[in-house]
Design a protein around this ligand. Structure first.
Ligand code: RFL
Ligand code: PHB
Length: 390
């Protein structure tokens, strides 16, 4: 068996890359180690940049997003009980973001893939990549107990942070940059109306909190927690009490508690691997980088990565020249580092670090005080939050 491109991973980056390449007449196979239901059960991102929305529309996965996505023209930063609105629309000359869950993006891209007839193999075990340092790479895996092997021209590693793609690159060929934060986020999904029409990012002495949503009847909340805490350490009543303590009184009063339909703890990390190309293997999305979720950038970076990668691959297959492949890594990394900076900055401003000195606490206070008085400072936040162009 042979395909032009084998894509490892059917998360948002693998599925979107598959759609962009299919549209250009390039033949792809997607290999995913989990089942479709498992992939859809992971509750993750919620905020889409305009560029991501445009890409989803362009591949034909925008119809439900356009009907059900919530356009947000601003969000609030809440610091020590004081609220500050970041007016995205006014500060960026008309841009906004769209609140639409990653689960729904994935569901729409899965349906598009099925309708296109392009193949996806779920529950693929022991996925292994071979010979990507030559012009004849191969991918092997086990399906229903049978060993299978696929020849291809290109392997796209879209298999997330713990995937096999980056792990297969010799350590000497890869440089990695990392910051692991000494806390995590406890996330709760509940079928209750959100406490506000816009997102609230709250910095508080007791720790960070985020009020987000999936619809006007489904809320997504997060609180900063210790890394040794589990969903079981946070029964619902404790969670709702702690959330309210970290918000300004007005927002706290509007929180409607209800039973959690999902509760999970996610660690926070900044990570970048360089470069993103090794011969015929290309890394994209969380396989290549991680941002802490505070800037809402992870899924959006996955989208810009696969946009750049699809352009390189379309030129490669169209013109038949390998030089088209050279541009991808540098183009993608340029945007990745800017999103890393913004996510690190938002995380540092709004979280409580056990080890921070009195000086560092005052720096957080001063940063917020500056945002309050400076439209330039707020415009910088807005420009990054709506997404730098790609
Ligand atoms: P994914 O989604 O991890 O998908 C990778 C897929 O590869 C499969 N896989 C393999 N398949 C075959 N063989 C192997 N050996 C394999 N190993 C793994 C996996 O099963 C999986 O299906 O990576 P992708 O596609 O790059 O997408 C990245 C995004 O999922 C991620 O960046 C975002 O979720 C990050 N993120 C957010 N991003 C935003 O843009 N806006 C947000 O508001 C936002 N909020 C968040 C977030 C991430 C969070 N967590 C839990 C990390 C909030 C949270 C809490
Ligand atoms: C979410 O709704 O899950 C969400 C929103 C904004 C973030 C992170 C997560 O920054």
């Amino acid at each position: 068996m042979r395909h032009q491109v084998v894509i490892i991973g059917a998360g948002p980056s693998g599925l979107l890359l598959g759609a962009l390449l299919h549209q250009a007449g390039i033949d792809t196979l997607i290999l995913e180690q989990r089942s479709p239901d498992y992939v859809l059960s992971r509750i993750r991102a919620g905020v889409l940049e305009q560029g991501t929305v445009n890409l989803l529309r362009r591949v034909g996965a925008g119809a439900r997003l356009d009907r059900e996505g919530l356009v947000h023209e601003g969000f609030a930063i809440n610091f020590a009980g004081e609220a500050l609105r970041i007016d995205l629309k006014a500060l960026t000359g008309g841009s906004s973001v769209t609140v639409y869950g990653q689960t729904e993006v994935t569901r729409d891209l899965m349906a598009l893939r099925v309708a296109s007839g392009a193949p996806t193999i779920y529950d693929a075990e022991a996925v292994t990549i071979h010979d990507f340092d030559r012009d004849t790479p191969r991918v092997s895996f086990v399906q229903d107990g049978q060993h299978r092997e696929i020849a291809c021209d290109i392997i796209a590693g879209c298999d997330g942070f713990h995937g096999v793609s980056r792990a297969s690159v010799p350590e000497t060929a890869l440089r990695t940059f990392e910051r692991v934060y000494p806390f995590g986020w406890l996330g709760v999904l509940a079928d209750v109306p959100p406490c506000a029409h816009e997102l609230i990012y709250a910095g508080h002495d007791r720790g960070f909190a985020l009020c987000s949503m999936r619809s006007m009847t489904r809320s997504r909340y997060y609180i900063q927690c210790r890394l040794d805490e589990t969903p079981e350490s946070w029964p619902d009543t404790l969670f709702w009490d702690e959330l309210r303590r970290r918000l300004d009184p007005e927002a706290a009063a509007r929180v409607v508690p209800g039973p959690a339909i999902e509760k999970s703890v996610a660690p926070l990390r900044s990570f970048v691997a360089e470069p993103l190309r090794f011969g015929r293997l290309f890394l994209a999305g969380d396989a290549a980088h991680i941002v802490p979720p505070t800037g809402a950038k992870g899924l959006n970076l996955a989208a810009s990565d696969v946009h750049y990668l699809s352009e390189a691959l379309i030129a490669f297959f169209g013109e038949g020249t390998a030089s088209a492949l050279d541009t991808y890594s540098a183009r993608a990394l340029d945007r990745i580092w800017k999103a890393e900076r913004f996510s690190w900055w938002m995380t540092t401003l709004l979280h409580r670090f056990e080890t921070s000195s009195p000086f560092e606490r005052r720096m957080q206070d001063a940063e917020f005080a500056y945002l309050r008085i400076s439209q330039h400072a707020r415009a910088t936040v807005a420009e990054n939050y709506v997404g730098l162009p790609f």
